[in-house]
Design a protein around this ligand. Sequence first.
Ligand SMILES: *Cc1c(COP(=O)(O)O)cnc(C)c1O
Length: 472
Amino acid sequence: MEWTLISTRDKDKKEISYTDALLKGLAPDGGLYVPTEYPQVSIEELKAMEKMSYPELAFEVKKKLVGGAIPDEDLKTLLKNAYVESKFNSQNLNTVPVQEIEKDLFIQNLSLGPTAAFKDMALQSLGQEMNYELSKRNEKLIILGATSGDTGSSAEAAVKGLGKITLFMLSPKTGMSDFQKAQMGSLSGGNIFNISVNGRFDDCQDLVKKLKQDSEFSKLGAVNSINWGRISSQIPYFFSGYLQVIKNIGDEIDFVVPTGNFGNILSGYIAKKMGLPIRKLIIATNENNVLDNLIKTGIYEITPAQITSSPSMDISKASNYERLLFDIVDRNAETVIKYMGKFKETGKVDFKDFGVDFSIFRQNGFYSDSSTHQDRINTIKQLYKETGKIIDPHSADALTVAKRYKTNDGIPMICMETALPVKFEEIIKEALGFAPEREERFIGIEKNINPNNFYEISNNEDELKEYIRKNI
Ligand SMILES: *Cc1c(COP(=O)(O)O)cnc(C)c1O
């Protein structure tokens, strides 16, 4: 069962292995890799996972998705190394602890990793897996990534010093917090190159796509959530959250996920497809509400991204939606190509034109809502008043939306916490009048900001190509 993935845009459904997809990132046809079918987890298997540490649980879920492309014993070791206690500020290897904040409403903390962002959950294992596979093949990989803030430092922390990988990371010149800039800047050097683009996150992402389509750079690897390795590494924590909260295995649960590029929520959708009893998958967006509109109307329409106080969700389109779309149109690559083609051409596409009733989202458990800066402020304030807990603005988007959807039907609801508040001090100060306390490791980090750690380019692919050529 080694050949397990296909591209969403390949009419011939040619299968490739997990490890090939890991190193390729985007498929050569511009599509995204998805499993040929979703492996199933039984109730008995869920029961067995209940007592496992996070690395053990992650192994049980992931081995089904890896399909033998990495031998079990090796995969187990890689995951153990990815989620060691020294990197994840966690106890008893519960890397993703859950806290009840009111009856049946929980916050699952995904941001205890080295850069205080949930992206560490996936990237720590992605880095390990890539380096392992490259060593086995005796190959090297150049990775080009784009970040709106958190992916950058998280990916850099995950691959820093790994001998087989060189990483070029694009970030928008404006929009990131000082904390994020300092985190990324301090990782520059060695196998890490930071590039500051005079544009928005979407421009950075488009530059990555353009280079991938150029034969000279087609072998570039990816650390964004277009990489199937990212999505698959995020699936286990839905299992973990479920098992920590549920009374009887088999009972249903709702998840609320602060959403940008549709990666995290897609992992939840796949967990559901694998048999985890998820009832609702609730998408929380900020003012950049492309996805909220999509779920509510069936119309996917690009809107220029605004800079908000939850900047890691400032997107105008969401790459991973294509993976859900593929399922919605019965895995018909031709329909995906037409749909995405129309979207690219006109910036707007309606399910009506494809004979699809958008109630299909509901049938798959998807709900959504969006929130504003004032909502985030109010939610941060209220939670602090009620529990003493401080959450970051992205998690506040989720909690705002969670409260709107919460009913007293006895079904537990988990809100995903995707970053620690220390990364977004400004809004915490605005909400609470003081900055959150810093852990030792983050004290004075802004002192590291150094413009020399970022190479500046305009939004121009030729400048980017030249810089990469010069540095490899
Ligand atoms: C990346 C990010 C998100 C959005 O996650 P997606 O998988 O892109 O939907 C939300 N919150 C934070 C803090 C992030 O860094």
